[in-house]
Design a binder for this molecule. Structure first.
Ligand code: PEP
Ligand code: MG
Length: 326
């Protein structure tokens, strides 16, 4: 079976009826780039940068971060979407600087973009490193946990300010650097039409989107039986995000685990997803399914799934689209 998959490495990722679907990788460590390359991915759709801050007391300075981003840029062909710091909640670090008082609800507290906008100096250091790295390859910046337009606008204003700073210093960066929002809070999915004019792209983070939509703590074993990517509320939020991006003409990808899971590949195609970012080990199997799928047929079924309010029909359509265990 592995050998059959290997043959898929160099064939294009297109549906049976000829629609190209972009397959990207999620990476955490610069060393993961070897796996992304090994499966012939078109680039990196999520580079988690938290590892730079983990297992140490201090925080990495601009040059250390710049070097880390540069090593990824040099190892990957294609665009690289680098996510700004997503610390807090399920991603804790030792640094005394970042560790605040223990909140009652860490997942609802000071994490990700909220932390970065509060500790602006921390954010500036990373954004300057990202901007400088953008001079050397196709880098995109992705903001995690956006829950309102103001956060997106504040982050963009800061990036513009730092661009001017770098210009004054005579340092190079990509003037066209794209800045996108992760859609992983239900409010962001519901307000996607309002965010879209201010984002260069969206990336759906289903791990958190499912957690927040269904009120299921993603790290609590007691309730994980309720963690359901197929819940109609989750599917509707995914659909709304994709549709908002399409209306505005910006790319929408998915970088949560759902995009890695072959049980959901056809369903996501049916909802209109055209960019998947996943663990490198899933790329070839997802590509195989894409090549066997007729997009026009799937989209028609997906539209029916969104339009109907009959629970039995919803269930039947999900069963038709998702590859569920017997
Ligand atoms: C997500 O929430 O789906 C996601 C990709 O981010 P993380 O798992 O790092 O929170
Ligand atoms: Mg997330």
């Amino acid at each position: 079976f592995r050998a059959i998959l290997e043959q898929l490495r160099d064939v294009p990722s297109v549906t049976a009826d000829g629609h190209p679907i972009e397959l990207l990788c999620n990476i955490e460590l610069p060393a993961d780039t070897a796996h992304a390359h090994g499966v012939g991915a078109a680039g990196v759709g999520l580079y988690r940068t938290e590892f730079l801050y983990m297992n140490r007391e201090d925080t990495p300075d601009e040059d250390e971060q710049y070097q880390a981003y540069l090593s990824v840029i040099q190892a990957v062909q294609g665009p690289i979407t680098i996510r700004t710091l997503d610390l807090g909640a399920d991603k804790q670090v030792d640094s005394g600087r970042i560790q605040g008082p223990t909140p009652n609800n860490p997942a609802l507290g000071l994490r990700a973009i909220r932390l970065c906008l509060k500790d602006e100096e921390l954010f500036r250091v990373q954004l300057r490193a990202l901007l400088r790295a953008s001079a050397h390859g196709k880098v995109k910046v992705m903001l995690p946990m956006i829950s309102n337009l103001n956060e997106l606008l504040r982050a963009r204003a800061l990036i513009d300010e730092l661009k001017q700073e770098l210009r004054n210093e005579g340092r190079a960066f990509d003037e066209q650097l794209q800045v996108g929002a992760m859609i992983e809070v239900p409010a962001a999915a519901l307000a996607a039409n309002m965010l879209a004019p201010h984002a260069d792209f969206f990336s759906i983070g289903t791990n958190d989107l499912i957690q927040y939509t269904l009120a299921i703590d993603r790290v609590d074993d007691e309730v994980n039986y309720l963690y359901d990517p197929l819940h109609p509320a989750v599917l509707n939020l995914i659909y709304m995000t994709i549709a908002a991006g399409q209306r505005r003409g910006i790319a929408v990808s998915m970088c949560g685990e759902m995009a890695s899971d072959t049980r959901y590949t056809r369903l996501l195609l049916a909802l209109g997803l055209t960019e998947f970012s996943m663990h490198p080990s899933s790329v070839l199997e997802v590509k195989k399914l894409i090549r066997e799928s007729n997009l026009a047929e799937l989209r028609a079924v997906g539209q029916r799934l969104i339009d109907t309010h009959d629970p039995d029909e919803v269930q039947a359509l999900i069963e038709q689209l998702a590859t569920l265990p017997e």
